[in-house]
Design a protein around this ligand. Structure first.
Ligand code: BES
Ligand code: MN
Ligand code: ZN
Length: 503
């Protein structure tokens, strides 16, 4: 059990203070660069640098070498982290270095990081990103673990690890960190929501979580069944009708931009559990469907991030919250529902439910807000995992500029997107004999067919659909994430807003 580390920034410590400090000190070393002057202060006996060749440590990015109880100090450990090529370390590089440090924290209680690198000028922003990497990597979902780790020798494992980052510009770092921490908190919120089991987090409970964003100045409305019925959301409500837990839609508005500026909008699939309904899923692996609200989690985390850092933009976040369960009221294959758009849908497979939820959420969003664009996120298809694996999310869009901006934001944050095709040939695969469309197509191109379905609900508004089935949960752990729920999408979309839509 490790609570979130506490982060502070300070000037480089004077040699005497440094040498007497108990705890663990991390220093950075670039490719064959050795230690900087500020770092050497902690290594008076030169023990660490002498260990480099023995440990075959060259300063390679994210390499680690550590020594215990270094000579001439009272430190417990002294750890060198490789920074690779000193110049041109970007945002994600600093996050990853922070993650590498967090991975070596172990049971330390008092930690100093010396942010000084031969051959590079490191600024406040770098220190802030390093700190963010520490926080992201340190996250673990352990709230339901009641027993203390046997090997944990710390007096109080609930006490946070104290991390002080020593830098040339602590004031600048502190200022930058306030912004970066807002985004980290958004990511961690999204991870918490995805990891939470479905008995605890259903549509009603998720809506209550969204409502809590009001504390940050977000305007939050919660629509219940009655209002959704009045609005004609038969597509979304059809999915919910097999569960006793009710359906909700949360409408979140952050108005940090110019009053008359039309908003940008993000829409999330929030199926708090997906049994498949009457077209039931196999038992094996079904537990993963507690994460079928990863899109809604990302939108909620994003709204948190934007509000907490007071983004100068008008942003709408809409999430459709349902449980796809199966009782005697559940919809059947062959049922025909009428969506808010007026278009009718033949539900040939009740497990293709995410698109049914998004159909009404997208239509409502467009109709009410006339946004500059809509980006929806959804753990929509297994087919996207077949196509792209677990490292890229699928990107579908009717607008090249939006697609390019999203792709660039994905590169910058390493929440990567790969654009997939749309087209009339695919669209006609969902024409139905009995209704305006059906909710499944043929055997091939399942992720594209799902996207075509969504496109029928966005008119000409610039729109992008991110299929995050492979990246929101169960994706490979990384330098900055060890948890099942990744929070994918929060950093990506925060970046999109920051780069293009803030005044
Ligand atoms: N939530 C699933 C997609 C999914 C699968 C997400 C695995 C994450 C991991 C979605 O609702 C679904 O069941 N899709 C079906 C669609 C099919 C019935 C056309 C699928 O992908 O098999
Ligand atoms: Mn499904
Ligand atoms: Zn689903």
């Amino acid at each position: 059990m490790n609570p979130r580390p506490s982060i502070a920034f300070a000037k480089f410590a004077a040699p005497q203070t440094a040498a007497n400090r108990k705890g663990v000190v991390f220093v950075l070393s670039a490719d064959d660069g050795g230690l900087s002057g500020a770092a050497r202060v902690y290594d008076p006996g030169n023990t660490l640098e002498r260990a480099f060749p023995v440990a075959e440590f060259t300063g390679k990015f994210a390499g680690v070498v550590e020594i215990l109880a270094p000579e001439g100090t009272s430190l417990d450990r002294l750890v060198a982290i490789g920074a690779g090529k000193a110049s041109g370390l970007d945002e994600t590089a600093w996050l990853k270095l922070g993650g590498t440090i967090a991975a070596s924290l172990r049971k330390a209680t008092d930690v100093a990081v010396v942010l000084d690198l031969v051959g590079a000028v490191t600024g406040g922003k770098d220190a802030a990103n390093l700190a963010a990497g520490i926080l992201l990597r340190s996250y673990s979902f352990d709230k339901y673990k009641t027993r203390k780790d046997k090997d944990d020798a710390r007096a109080d494992p609930k006490k946070p690890i104290k991390v002080t980052i020593h830098t040339a510009d602590p004031a600048g770092a502190k200022k930058a960190f306030a912004e970066v921490e807002a985004v980290v908190d958004g990511v961690l919120l999204a991870r918490d929501l995805v990891n939470e089991p479905a008995n605890i987090l259903g549509p009603v409970e998720f809506a209550a979580q969204a409502k809590e964003l009001e504390a940050l100045g977000v305007k939050v409305e919660i629509l219940a069944e009655k209002e959704m019925k009045k609005l004609g959301m038969g597509s979304l409500l059809g999915v919910a009708q097999g569960s006793p837990r009710g359906a909700r839609m949360a409408v979140m508005q952050w108005n940090g931009g110019k009053p008359k500026d039309s908003p940008v909008a993000f829409v999330g699939k929030g199926v708090t559990f997906d049994t498949g309904g009457n077209s039931m899923k196999p038992a094996s692996g079904m537990e993963d469907m507690k994460g079928d609200m990863g899109g809604a989690a990302a939108v909620t985390g994003l709204m948190h991030a934007l509000a907490a850092r007071k983004a100068k933009a008008n942003v709408v976040g809409i999430i459709g919250l349902v449980e796809n369960a199966v009782d005697g009221h559940a919809q059947r294959p062959g049922d025909i529902v009428t969506s808010m758009s007026g278009q009718t849908i033949e539900v040939l497979n009740t497990d293709a439910e995410g698109r049914l939820v998004l159909a009404d959420a997208l239509w409502y969003c467009n109709d009410r807000f006339q946004p500059k664009f809509m980006v929806n996120l959804a753990t929509l298809t297994g087919a996207i995992m077949v196509a792209l694996g677990l490292h890229y999310a699928g990107l579908f869009s009717n607008n090249d500029e939006l697609a390019e901006r999203l792709t660039a934001a994905g590169q910058a944050t390493q929440e990567r997107l790969w654009r997939m095709p749309l087209g009339a040939e695919y669209d006609k695969l969902i024409d139905s004999k009995n209704a305006d469309m059906k909710n499944i197509g043929g055997r091939y191109g399942g992720a594209i067919i799902a996207a075509q379905f969504l496109q029928r609900f966005v008119k000409d508004t610039p729109w992008a659909h991110l299929d995050i089935a492979g990246t929101a949960m169960g994706s490979p752990s990384s330098e900055i994430n060890q948890s099942w729920g990744s929070g994918f999408g929060v950093r990506l979309l925060d970046r999109l807003v920051r780069d293009h839509y803030e005044s």
